[in-house]
Design a protein. Structure first.
Length: 153
């Protein structure tokens, strides 16, 4: 169970070696981020492939070290500048991040060309469906014509 007293969540932007444990990641928090690991903040680290994240958090009684691994895809974090060492993540962004959703795209407007492509594909599917129904009806008509021809003979 995750600590529920987290005040903030910070995502470290540089990939780290996932073999690091609590002590190694705590040292990175102090050296690279300039923070203290015991301030009630959760610190999140990713590997180079971004298919694993580790979270380090102090809950007042001890340290939490949590690991999450994706079997397909990668974690999509924020788009940041190269000189940024960490960025603050909201609770909603954290939920999107651990779900594997690219939450940086959630506030973008829906592209107009995708709407057109969807409309065109719906028209195409409707036409194909209409053709299949028409073909099926013709086959049924042929079968009934053959049956009536046999009965007349």
């Amino acid at each position: 169970m995750m600590p529920n007293t987290l005040q903030q969540i910070y995502l470290a932007t540089k990939p780290v070696d996932m073999r690091l444990g609590i002590d190694g990641l705590s040292a990175l928090i102090v050296q690279q981020l300039g923070q203290t690991p015991r301030d009630g903040t959760a610190y999140v680290f990713t590997n180079r492939a971004r298919n694993r994240i580790k979270l380090v958090a102090w809950d007042g009684n001890g340290v939490w070290l949590c690991l999450r691994r994706l079997h397909q895809g990668h974690f999509c974090g924020p788009h940041i500048t190269p000189d940024t060492t960490a960025c603050r993540v909201s609770e909603a962004q954290w939920q999107w991040l651990i779900s594997g959703v690219d939450w940086s795209r959630l506030n973008r407007p829906y592209p107009h060309n995708i709407k057109l492509a969807k409309a065109a594909s719906l028209i195409f599917l409707e036409e194909k469906t209409h053709q299949k129904v028409k073909k099926n009806q013709q086959e049924i008509d042929k079968k009934t014509d053959k049956k009536t021809d046999k009965k007349q003979v």
